[in-house]
Design a protein around this ligand. Structure first.
Ligand code: SF4
Length: 760
């Protein structure tokens, strides 16, 4: 197939390509629900009565409603729950696979103690009493030595009751180190905090928008609530236009009405170029900007100092001809994108690459958010809103003793909240470097990990492993033998979501706040315990002030207490609506110093006080590597058929992968045919892919949908743990890339790395 790169830009071709290159998701999910049954560990169920139980899927933050069919006591199929307000009866392939997580071969079936070397795979089964006593014994020892601050807990999320329970445990114990893995929400949240003064997740009302301008977001590849997005995709031709800006013809780009290729890492500059045209041609919402925005025009502070506003910056520095040079998007296209966006009735701009497992650049996020402000769609139907966290868990403050008080006065080990990164909440990607660069004892003496798999998901796997080697005590609460669990000293296995209760907070990216309740639909299959119960049991075993902070007998009692106002409805329906942005008067929605949307965020004031560092601006995030020896740029891509986060791909989803992505054990990287020809390579060639962080053997797939000079690799392969269905298939992208710190926020803003390919 030969497709001219620029021809993709036109609307018509984009749609045709979308339907020919992209599998129809409904067919895929239908096949999947059949294939889930065809595995050796899935016996044909005995004859018996069937029944249905409703719950919520927690395999990603999407929180889709599910309906599980059971025959006698065995779950045999998972379907979507039609009445669920977010997923509306849809499920993604991962959700359909839930039973493979329940019955699959990679589950940890009982508490385990490592008996061989770390990672050697030699384990001894122990009792729960022994497991809890081993962990609390170590924690007590560190507290007795006045080192509670050397304990860190990496939890999968910071929202919902379980993270609050863990946070409470650490507070009573004396550690400030509750850390969550990075996601795109970090950049969204920080941009919204700086520009709107509100803390919360950011919701994009794509359902009610009529023009969606996406700066690389994998809208149909697993972003936000994937089932919600597939539902929107089903209706997208009725009333809206999707424009996808990204360097690769992804599934989202192929499904969009228009794909705009761009030089990777320059999306923020394009947003500012679009802003330039909107301002120059007076296409922005003047009513919103003049009444509700601050920092658009130049302004004078109380000391009489003049400051540059957003308008002046953008008009001076981001003319389309300048932006065309930076981005390789032609000037007429930049102007067209701006006019299309500005003339739509309800346009919305979305930033963040792929599924959103990486936080991205704060400046890029702010530049895209500024476009939404120019369109006047902040806190409007079809626009962007900040969704505050529900405060349903209202517990009395934790009473702490002297040891805890002293421990909590220590700086966080990841540097979040420090003078250098005052606005950051979690910076897990910094932890390996912090530990590895410390001479002597590691600043983390005990690491506990739940619902996370940092040894697989953090950039620079080798550095992460070296850091874990320096931590003397490592505990995993994983249900599965994942990379971090298999490298731990103890595993205290959690139930999986079909076996236990948990609340599911509003899915990130959605506007309507809704809580879901995940419920047990089958009895626990193995000797596992919910992490929430373990936190309470550990607190009680710790005694003293730690125990006193936990009045509940178990996690279910705690959960019921937290959700008391909603419990009956949650039990009955599985979800409950809570107060959201639409319930807050518009006038109360900007909590900034000026009470307005701030193009010039007062909270971002920095030491050097340069206006250009405070306004949304484009600073190209540095890329690691030297172009002479490494002439290519390696970028990752996400697929809805690949779980790229802490959860490993279920076996049947791996079966759905195309042979141009994975063949046997080898992963393909995509390269433009022109680049391949220039370097003397052909389709299917086996090559060595090298970056400054590592090397891997891969095969080449020649693909005109990737920009010349770029190599694209799927995320989600290269597991070294789990089961034979996943281990050693392909390459983990994180082995080949390291973090690049965004100097203003501390977030990891790496979007790619320099690379080379040579004959293997
Ligand atoms: S989108 Fe997330 S929550 Fe919904 S079915 Fe898929 S994995 Fe489960």
């Amino acid at each position: 197939m030969k497709i001219d790169r620029r021809s993709f830009i036109s609307l018509g071709v984009g749609v045709i390509v979308g339907s020919t290159l992209t599998p129809v998701p409904w067919k895929l999910t239908d096949d999947i629900s059949i294939w889930t049954q065809n595995w050796p560990w899935t016996p044909v169920p005995k004859d018996g009565p069937d029944s249905y139980k409703t719950s919520v899927c927690t395999l990603c933050p999407g929180g889709c409603g599910i309906r599980v069919r059971k025959i006698v006591d065995r779950a045999v199929k998972i379907d979507g729950l039609p009445e669920h307000p977010v997923s509306q009866g849809k499920l993604c392939p991962l959700g359909h696979s839930g039973l493979q997580f329940l019955y699959g071969p990679s589950r940890v079936k009982a508490p385990m103690k490592r008996v061989g070397k770390r990672g050697e795979g030699k384990w001894q089964k122990i009792t729960w009493e022994e497991a809890i006593s081993a962990v609390t014994g170590k924690l007590k020892e560190l507290r007795d030595e006045q080192k509670p601050h050397t304990v860190a807990w990496v939890a999968g999320d910071d929202r919902g009751t379980l993270p609050q329970l863990i946070y409470r445990f650490l507070t009573a114990y004396g550690s400030p180190n509750f850390i969550r893995p990075p996601t795109v929400q970090d950049a969204y949240e920080l941009a919204a905090y700086l520009m709107q003064g509100q803390q919360g997740t950011v919701g994009f009302d794509i359902e009610n928008a009529d023009h969606v301008l996406s700066f690389g977001t994998g809208l149909f590849q697993g972003w936000s609530s994937p089932a919600r997005m597939l539902s929107i995709y089903g209706k997208m031709h009725d009333n809206k236009k999707f424009v996808q800006i990204e360097p690769r013809l992804s599934d989202t780009a192929a499904k969009a009405h228009q794909w705009v290729p761009i030089t990777p890492g320059t999306e923020g500059a394009l947003a500012l170029g679009i802003a330039h045209v909107m301002i120059r041609e007076s296409l922005y919402n003047e009513a919103f900007v003049s009444k509700w925005a601050f920092g658009f025009e130049d302004w004078t502070d109380d000391s009489g100092k003049r400051h540059m506003g957003f308008k002046n910056l953008v008009l001076k520095d981001y003319a389309p001809e300048i932006v065309a040079e930076i981005t390789s998007v032609p000037k007429p296209m930049i102007e067209k994108l701006a006019r299309q966006f500005a003339r739509a009735k309800k346009p919305i701009a979305v930033s963040g690459r792929g599924q959103g497992h990486l936080p991205g650049s704060l400046d890029e996020c702010m530049a895209v958010h500024a476009l939404n402000a120019l369109a006047g769609n902040i806190n409007q139907p079809g626009g962007v809103s900040v969704v505050a966290e529900p405060d349903y868990a209202k517990w009395p403050e934790v009473n702490i003793d002297k040891t805890a008080s002293k421990g909590l006065q220590n700086a966080r080990v990841d540097g979040a909240g420090s003078d250098q990164y005052p606005n950051a909440r979690f910076l897990l990607h910094r932890l390996p470097e912090v530990i590895n660069s410390t001479k002597g004892d590691s600043p983390v003496q005990a690491l506990l990990v739940s619902d996370a798999n940092p040894l697989y998901t953090l950039p620079d796997t080798q550095a992460t492993k070296a850091a874990l080697d320096k931590i003397p005590f490592l505990v995993s609460f994983s249900s599965f033998m994942d990379e971090t669990a298999s490298y731990s000293d103890y595993i205290l296995p959690d139930h999986v979501f079909l076996e236990s209760y948990s609340d599911v907070p509003t899915p990130p990216g959605t506007v309507q706040p809704v809580i879901g309740l995940s419920k047990p639909v089958v009895r626990p299959q193995y000797d596992t315990r919910p992490v929430g119960n373990l936190v309470i049991q550990m607190a009680k075993a710790m005694g003293s002030f730690v125990e006193k902070a936990f009045a509940w007998k178990d996690y279910q009692a705690y959960l019921k207490d937290a959700l008391k106002d909603h419990w009956d409805q949650l039990e009955k329906k599985g979800f409950a609506f809570i107060k959201g942005p639409q319930d807050i008067p518009f006038t109360d929605q900007f909590n900034t110093t000026t009470g307005k949307f701030e193009f010039y965020p007062s909270a971002r004031n920095n030491a050097n006080g340069k206006d250009k560092d405070i306004l949304p601006n484009f600073t190209k995030v540095a890329i690691e590597g030297e172009s002479g020896q490494l002439p290519l740029i390696l970028v990752p891509y996400d697929s809805i058929r690949l779980a790229g986060g802490e959860i490993g791909n279920p076996p049947f989803m791996t079966k759905t992968i195309d042979e141009t992505v994975l063949l046997d054990q080898t992963v393909f990287v995509e390269i433009n045919p022109k680049t391949a020809r220039k370097m003397g390579f052909f389709e299917g060639d086996r090559v060595r892919l090298s970056t400054p962080r590592g090397q891997a053997e891969v095969k080449l797939h020649l693909y005109e949908g990737v920009e010349p000079g770029v190599v694209a690799m799927p995320r989600g392969f290269g597991h070294t743990a789990y089961s034979k269905y996943l281990t050693d298939k392909g390459v983990n992208f994180n082995k080949l890339i390291g973090p690049i710190e965004d100097p203003m926020s501390g977030l990891n803003a790496a979007w790619g790395i320099r690379a080379n390919i040579t004959k293997a």
